[in-house]
Write a protein that binds this ligand. Sequence first.
Ligand code: DOR
Length: 435
Amino acid sequence: MAKHSADLVISGGRIIDPALGFGKEGHVFITNGCIDAVEGDTAAAKKRAVRAAETIDAAGQIVVPGLIDCHVHLREPGREDAETIESGCHAAAAGGFTTVCCMPNTTPRIDNQETVKFVQDRAKTARARVYVVGAITKNLDGKELAEIGDLVKMGAVAITDDGHYVQNPEIMRRALEYSKMFDIPVMDHAEDQYLVAGGVMNEGYESTRLGISGATSAAEEIAIERDVALCRMTGARLHIQHVSTARGVEAIRRAKEDGVRVTCEACPHHFILTDSLIGETFNTALRVNPPLRTQADVDAIIEGLVDGTIDVIASDHAPHSAESKDVVFDDAPPGMIGLELTLSLVKTYLIDKGYLTWAEAIRKMTTVPAMIFKLPHGTLEPGSEADITIIDPERKWTVKADGFHSKSSNSPFIGKRLVGRVTRTLLSGREVFAL
Ligand code: DOR
C-alpha cells in the first residue's frame, strides 16, 4: 500500500543523522510537525516525495537534526539589554540550533522553581526549545545547596553554578550525591577562584608582555582533578564545561579511561583562538572565562575533539551589551556570543582542516548532548519532532557586526571569512529561520 502523502518533504540534500547512522542523499518526510520517514533516494521515495503538499529543495546542501547547544546564556531575567529569551532563541535558530540549555546566572538566579517557570513560560513562543539548567547553590554563591529536587521537578535538566567554581569541595560532593538521585549531570565551571585570583587572561608570556593580570591554567587543571575525584567517589555524572587547557583535556582523558562518569564540552573560541591575539587589538570580545590559552592548548583541545575525549561542542553564547564591553580590557565582563557562528566555525576550522568529518561534528552537536542531558531531540528518528537544520556547506560569508539576531555583537570573529552556513531551520516542521 502506498504511504500517505506528507505535509512537507525535504529532498535532494545529503542527510546526516549520527543517531540513525544515516549519511546519504535522500528525503525527509514530515507530517503534523513530526518526522514521518527518512529514506534514501529510491524510486519509491521519489514517487512519494512528488505527492507531498510542500517541498524544500535541499540540493547541494546538508540536512541534519536540529542542533543542540547545551551551554547558552539567555540573560533573561535581568539583563534584557544584552539578550532576551526571544532574541537569544532567534540567534539560536539562525545558527541552526533548535534546542538550547540556558545557564542560571541570570538576575535573579535560576535557583528556585519560580524562575525556572518564568523562563519556560517566556520560551513557549520562542524560535528554539529552551531547557533550563538550575543552580547548584543558592544565588550561585557556593555556600548553600539550592533546592535541587525542586528544580528537577520543575524540569531542570542539569545543575551548574556556571561562571563560578563551587569552591567548597564538601558542597560539590553533596551536589554530586543529590544529582545522582535524579540522574542529572552536574555541569562544572572548573576554575579554582583562588588561583584565578582576579586574572583576566591566561597567565604566561603574553600576560607578562602586556602587563595584564593572568589566570594560571593550573586553576582549571586542579579544579577538574578535584571534581573528577569527587565524581569517582560519588558515582555521579560530571560534565566539565568549556575545557580550555591541555592538562584539563588530559585529566578528563585519564578519568574516562578509569571509568569515571565524566563528559565535557569545548567551545569554538578555545579550539581556534589564542592569547597572543589580545595584544594586537585589546578587543574586549577576546575576554572570556576560562581565558583564551596558548597554541599548545588549542592543539590539545583539537586532539581531544578528534580522539573523543571531548564529547560535545557548545558555544557558551555569552552576550554582553556594547556599553559594558566598551571599557579597558581588564574591566570588561567575560564572554562572547556564539550561537550564530558555531556551526560555521566548526566547518571552517575543524571539518575543512580535516580534523572531524561532518558526521563526527554533527554527532557532538546533536546525538551526544541529547544523550548527556536526556533530551528527546537531536535525531530524525520517525515520530520525533521535526527539528531540522539545513546547511549550505560551501557558502562563503563574512561575519558582520550588524548581521546578528542576538541583541549583542560581542564577537572577535567579526570580519572573519567563514565557509558553510545554515540556510534554514525548522522547529516541529515550522520554519523558524531562512537565510
Ligand atoms: O566568559 C564567560 N561568560 N564565561 C562564563 O563562564 C560566564 C559567561 C557569562 O555569563 O557572561
